[in-house]
Design a protein around this ligand. Structure first.
Ligand code: MN
Length: 234
């Protein structure tokens, strides 16, 4: 673009997707990365081997974020929508090839989020050795609470993480049971791609993932971080 010239947008540019921060500021989302199978009980329920294999990653589009309190459209193209409650790490700085200690210093804050999953589409992708996006990276697939500053929460080495559907508890885990810590996940991601300010990293779900139907209300909590509630339209 020429200096001083107004942008000549080919189409109207979107506003950047954002998440509210507990201090009243706004966190602009750059990328959303998700860690697969980071709790051993969940790795077992998905037919995996809960050993300390390096973490693996998949992505959602930045505009998949939706705030707590939202009423969501029930996603099409699925007969098996699943909830996965996860600790979300919000990144505040840029880095590559980080050590876990360097990665820890890039953590801006934490939220509790949902890695909503079209499990039937993901299962098809696995069976046919195709990418996971159709199962994972759909509209409104990342409900997220407000972000609490890491300076206030501390390192979150332990704490209850839960999910209930219509008041009935479905998932109940502890952050202490993560195979890879948030700092280790960020360090591993930074060996594959650069991490940037505005990145969100969903750190994996504990056991108990299961189906959600139209009309359901989901409530997620993470001790020391916050809570999130969403409802699917009938
Ligand atoms: Mn997940």
């Amino acid at each position: 673009m020429t200096e001083g010239a107004a942008a000549q947008w080919a189409i109207a540019p979107d506003d950047r997707p954002c998440v509210t921060v507990a201090d009243g500021s706004t966190f602009p989302v750059h990328r959303i990365w998700c860690v697969g199978r980071n709790y051993s009980e969940h790795a077992r329920e998905m037919g995996g081997d809960p050993t300390r294999e390096p973490p693996f990653f998949f992505a959602k589009p930045a505009d998949a974020v939706v705030p707590s309190g939202s009423k969501l459209r029930f996603p099409r193209a699925t007969d098996e929508l699943h909830h996965e409650v996860e600790l979300v790490v919000a990144i505040g700085g840029h880095g590559s090839d980080l050590s876990p200690e360097e990665a820890r210093r890039l953590i801006f804050g934490y939220a509790v989020g949902l890695d909503m999953t079209r499990r039937d589409r993901q299962a098809e992708a696995k069976a046919t050795a195709r990418p996971w996006e159709i199962g994972k990276a759909f509209d409104q697939s990342c409900p997220i609470s407000e972000i609490r500053l890491a300076a206030e929460t501390g390192d979150l080495a332990a704490g209850a993480i839960t999910l209930s559907v219509n008041g009935a508890e479905r998932q109940s885990g502890d952050l202490a049971d993560m195979i890879w810590s948030p700092a280790e996940c960020i360090a591993a991601l930074s060996r594959i791609v650069d991490v940037f300010p505005g990145d969100l990293i969903l750190t994996g779900t504990p056991a108990g993932v299961g189906p959600v139907v139209a009309g359901d209300t989901l409530r997620a909590t993470c001790e020391g971080v916050g809570e999130l509630s969403i409802t699917y339209e009938r």
